[in-house]
Design a protein around this ligand. Structure first.
Ligand SMILES: C[S@@+](CC[C@H](N)C(=O)[O-])C[C@H]1O[C@@H](n2cnc3c(N)ncnc32)[C@H](O)[C@@H]1O
Length: 322
């Protein structure tokens, strides 16, 4: 990474390259039913595939959230207030953030936090070139763990958590995670969060089963990553992508389905699959506005303002800790 880009601080690294995914992978594959944490999608290739998903015609969340941001950025900026530090959880390519950065000209600094280091560094460098006056402090961390935020001397902290990434947490974990965010923002701060909404099943299922197969490649990338990083023997052609909406749980479930009885070895450990057995790789909970307000309330937040699109597909919400 260039050190000459103005405003760009060195990476704060809580997630060194040597961090092994071994324990989480083996633990998940030895459970019944088998599961893997969705954060494992995001190595460099997974992050690039996610960016392609965001461009797909079926994937309404990104363009809908961007549209809401563009339409209501003035109101969002008014909520965020003067001389704030903007801290983004799961910043990815920081594309939506640019809408805020274009409008917030007195930000004290921007702190993008992501687990996908290479992608984070590239995004931070691209941003620093586009916003030379902005202080940017990239933090590589697993945001479910404990880490320190830099002190930039801001008057307030706004946490930005777009992309409905909150939907990847099961409700109890979502509540606990939001509680941690409430503790970060402090006096005068807030949480600007993207929350995907419940809608017809066809729209939801199409978004996770695109015709080009990019979501399938993204899902299977976790197996390729295990092969590479843990000497795995997954044959990617012997698994297929499956995503469906579970209306009782209010969530999309993403799975990898074994196409045969088969044995896979991961870091020397045998894992047996029956034909049709699945690995659950991601949940994506969809909320009603009332349901999310209840969750936010249980985490100690009040919903101060909600912005939606004309079809109520998606919401961006400003929450304030009580
Ligand atoms: C659904 S994508 C959203 C990206 C972007 N914020 C957006 O709205 O398009 C989730 C992002 O969170 C990051 N991420 C997932 N799990 C994480 C974790 N446990 N800790 C830190 N970052 C994580 C991924 O690398 C990815 O960039």
């Amino acid at each position: 990474m260039s050190t000459t880009v103005p405003g760009l601080h060195p990476l704060i690294d809580y997630h060194p390259e040597t961090t092994s995914i071994r324990d989480e992978v083996l633990d998940g594959l030895q459970q019944t039913p088998k599961q893997l944490p969705s954060k494992l999608f995001y190595d460099a290739r997974g992050s690039r595939l996610f960016d392609r998903i965001c461009e797909l015609p079926e994937y309404y969340p990104t363009r809908t959230e961007m549209g809401i941001m563009q339409r209501h950025v003035d109101a969002m900026a008014a909520r965020i207030g003067a001389r704030a530090m903007l801290v983004e959880f799961g910043s990815g390519s920081s594309r939506k953030t640019r809408i805020l950065l274009d409008r917030l000209d007195d930000l004290v600094g921007y702190v993008p936090i992501d687990i996908s280091k290479e992608h984070l560094l590239q995004s931070a460098e691209d941003l620093a070139e586009a916003y030379p006056a902005l202080t940017i402090v990239p933090v590589c961390a697993d945001y479910t763990t404990t880490f320190e935020l830099p002190d930039l001397g801001a008057e307030r902290t706004t946490v930005y958590f777009p992309g409905s990434t909150i939907g990847n947490f099961e409700p109890d974990a979502a509540r606990d995670f939001l509680r941690r965010i409430a503790a970060i923002e402090g006096a005068g701060g807030g949480l600007l969060i993207g929350v995907d909404l419940q809608k017809d099943v066809a729209t939801l299922e199409a978004a996770y089963n695109d015709a080009q197969g990019v979501t399938a490649a993204f899902n299977k990338n976790v197996l390729a990553r295990i092969n590479r990083e843990l000497d795995g023997t997954f044959d990617l052609d012997r698994f297929r992508h499956r995503a469906f909406y579970d209306a009782d749980e209010g969530r999309i479930e993403m799975h990898l389905v074994s196409l045969a009885d088969q044995r896979v070895v991961v870091d020397g450990v045998d894992i047996q699959f029956d034909a049709g057995e699945t690995i659950c790789t991601e949940y994506s909970y969809k909320y009603s506005l009332d349901g999310f307000a209840e969750l936010a309330g249980a985490a100690g937040f009040a919903v101060a303002e909600v912005w939606t699109d004309a079809d109520d597909l998606f919401s961006v919400q400003y929450l304030v800790a009580q």
